[in-house]
Design a protein around this ligand. Sequence first.
Ligand SMILES: [Zn+2]
Length: 344
Amino acid sequence: MTDLHPFIAGLPKAELHVHHVGSASPRIVAELAAHHPDSKVPTDPEALADYFTFTDFAHFIDVYLSVVDLIRTPEDVRLLTFEVARDMARQNIRYAELTVTPFSSTRRGIPEQGFMEAIEDARKAAEAELGVVLRWTFDIPGEAGLEAAEETTRLAVGLRPEGLVAFGLGGPEIGVPRPQFKPYFDRAIAEGLHSVPHAGETTGPQTIWDALNDLRAERIGHGTSATRDQRLLDHLAEHRIPLEVCPTSNIATRAVTDLDLHPVKEMVDAGVLVTINSDDPPMFGTDLNNEYGVAARLLGLDERGLAALAKNSVEASYLDPAGKRALATEIDTYTTNWLERTGR
Ligand SMILES: [Zn+2]
């Protein structure tokens, strides 16, 4: 068996489902905590590593919220965003659509204009200094209800930052029906934003149908339960609606009980355009390279298969056509050179 990890590490990649706060690694959290000594988050790396060892999902939510509490000023937002891009650069992620939840920050008193300037400033610096192209998905935290939906839509449409390409919906699905968010998605779509709600992560295929029919989803966050409905799988394949699959996250949240039971192979076999993503990587003890390793195992892929998988994300992205061609070419060139060098 070839060790695919060195190939994956160097493979140029795009990521489409990854959360802003959820990407805060222990290194970044330590930096933020040092700025806010009154916080209960430990600042030394060793204590922080323990802090990041989750016992269960409730613990994950606690840690997530304590990281949210460290983001209090536009400077914190800028630091988090740029440092997340630095962690991406280390993995050869060349393009990412980062899911940002501006409501969590503006509700906590960060000035909205300052927030937008901070993410845009970090985006430009990441592109210039790290070679990582960032775009934004603004998502509604579903658990915060229609007030959050109204505020997120107002921020997306009214203050639309240059890097904003899509509009999403996250948070729990149980007890948070998708159709109630239709008017907000209608407004965002009318402004040219793409619709990318989470759906079918912890609920059944009907939630995915709701996302498609009511929220006019162009891509589905997770879509794990799609394999329970053959007609839905056929629909996704026929209309080339991509799924943003995050294998390790699905285990951490118990959406799937065991990695070996993950339905990603069924999705691919049904002809669905599958993209591989990391969701909240440090919080789930993973990163995108690790997720590609998992996908290679579950799908039985070699280097060429992994390169094709990486190109799925480019195709499913909202990068402009010239940018898509350039990144796809980069993936092909890297793969060809790798295979020549290793004589495979
Ligand atoms: Zn997510």
